[in-house]
Design a protein around this ligand. Structure first.
Ligand code: CAA
Length: 464
């Protein structure tokens, strides 16, 4: 790689991982005694992936990084920085990054910067930004960076449990990337809030104020979008109109799919409040009754929500719906969630449709940290097609998962709950249920040291 100022820095390869087992949300509604349709229609979720006690955040990261390096034929010595974003903390001192160094030991490459970053679901974006910043900095030594994010999203029994999930994403970051992060178009909003947090270090479960968390998410979206629009206007003053039309696709952090549909409506409401009178008459005819509405006063205003959900329905269908495939089928992955949205979009849209296009990204982590930025897809159709073809394994793997009854899911959650931080401990979860090439927790010794093994690879199905 050249040592000159790098051009077009961004994502050169992306790998996604989700659990091999899931619970069906319709069955879970019945099991939980929730009204029929609450999880599937009300929250917009179909299936929820989960991990037994055989997997933890270290094993998820080991699997996704090993797979990315193998499938993309990247040498271990070609990596100069590795960042991990996670909120699934198994050790208050030792980083997941240091565990991942096991993968690099045989190559002799210990010269790899970067450690872990935590702020709820935002850590993955922080990892990606750190990786990009390193490559664009004077510290860059010409090698690639890896941004890795992984989480196991589990909630105590109750209203939040169906919004769980799990997964991991690894992104190879470098110059001349098929997906380039647009320079100068990053807008961030950070604030102190107790909407979702994990104060009990002995438990995997968060403390959640569900309603507040939704308000925090939507208000961070409002602020980031307005700031992004300002930065966009400054950078591209020749654009005659500002607003959602400048994005060809928009992806979101997805705690549950329905919130994302509402978020598209919310962005449209922002456009409505910010546009000229002429634009308002052209694009928002019939919505004049909301001329005096405000952002602050409308977070739970059903009239505003419904009107802009309807007004933005086509926009949602064209620009966002496809990005919800994995979120609907796996659930909330926390840090990887928004990047699983990127993978979903890439595998659901013909590659030719995305060449040269701009993808808007909204990343949110409770507590809270949020950013909106944009990704430009390369103009080079053959490079992009090759990039996307590497994701051919995703749908077959999604369909190869095993469905587990809610009773069994609930029992497995109890095993995790009971043995969280137990030492010494040997997990009981099935190894044969895991996908080929999956790292799993072999045991935890009396000094809390975790060791891992890997299921045999199966190159024929593209996963190894
Ligand atoms: N058929 C169809 N729809 C139904 C229904 C039925 N039988 N029963 C209920 N619904 C609808 C409700 O009307 C509601 O939809 P609207 O809001 O559009 O009206 C929806 O289903 C959910 O019902 P409730 O609001 O009654 O649900 P709840 O209060 O019991 O729980 C929740 C919902 C608060 C989101 C809860 O699942 C939770 O706390 N989840 C975790 C927190 C979360 O995900 N927050 C999101 C923002 S924070 C974030 O993004 C960070 C993160 O990743 C955690």
């Amino acid at each position: 790689m050249s040592r000159n100022w790098p051009e077009s820095v961004g994502i050169r390869a992306i790998e996604v991982l989700f659990p091999s087992q899931y619970v069906d949300q319709t069955e879970l509604e019945q099991f939980d005694g929730a009204s029929a349709g609450k999880y599937t229609i009300g929250l917009g979720q179909s299936k929820m992936g989960f991990c037994s006690d055989r997997e933890d955040v270290n094993s998820l990261c080991l699997t996704v990084v090993a797979r990315l390096l193998e499938r993309h034929h990247i040498k271990h010595t070609e990596i100069g920085r590795l960042e991990v974003g996670t909120e699934t903390i198994v050790d208050k001192s030792k980083s997941v990054k240091s565990v991942l160094m096991q993968l690099f030991a045989a190559s002799g490459n210990t010269d790899i910067e970067g450690i872990d970053t935590t702020n709820a679901c935002y850590g993955g974006t922080a990892a990606l930004f750190n990786a990009i910043n390193w490559i664009e900095s004077s510290s860059w030594d010409g090698r690639y960076a890896l941004a890795v994010c992984a989480d196991i999203a589990v909630y105590a029994k109750g209203a939040a449990r169906p919004t769980g999930g799990a997964g991991a994403i690894a992104m190879l970051v470098g110059p001349h990337a098929p997906l380039q992060l647009e320079r100068g178009l990053r807008a961030t909003h950070m604030e102190h809030a107790y909407d979702f947090y994990k104060p009990d270090l002995s438990s995997e479960y968060p403390t959640v104020d569900g309603k507040l968390s939704i308000q925090c998410y939507l208000s961070a979206l409002d602020t980031c979008y307005r700031l992004y629009r300002q930065k966009f206007e400054k950078q591209q003053p020749q654009q005659s109109q500002l607003g959602l039309q400048n994005f060809d696709a928009i992806i979101f952090h997805t705690p549950f799919c329905k919130l994302v549909q509402k978020s598209v409506g919310r962005l449209s409401f922002n456009d409505f409040l910010l546009c000229s009178e002429q634009e308002r008459a052209e694009k928002f005819a019939g919505l004049e009754r909301f001329n005096a509405a405000t952002l602050e006063g409308s977070y739970f205003d059903r009239d505003v929500e419904k009107a802009f959900l309807t007004q933005s329905a086509e926009l949602f269908a064209n620009k966002t719906k496809k990005s919800l495939l994995l979120a609907n089928q796996v659930g909330n992955m926390y840090t990887p969630s928004v990047y699983s949205g990127l993978v979903s979009l890439l595998i659901s849209e013909p590659a030719s449709q995305l060449v040269g296009k701009r993808i808007g990204v909204f990343s949110y982590g409770s507590g809270l940290a949020a950013s909106m930025y944009s990704i430009k897809v390369t103009q080079d159709a053959s490079v992009f097609e090759k990039f996307v073809s590497k994701l051919d394994y995703v749908l077959p793997l999604l369909n190869a998962r095993e469905k587990v009854a809610p009773e069994q899911f609930s029992e497995l959650m109890e095993v995790r709950e009971k043995n969280n931080h137990a030492a010494p401990y040997t997990p009981t979860g099935s190894i044969s249920a895991l996908f080929p090439g999956t790292y799993y927790l072999k045991d935890v010794d009396a000094l809390h040291r975790r060791s891992y093994e890997r299921t045999p690879s199966n190159i024929s199905n593209g996963v190894h």
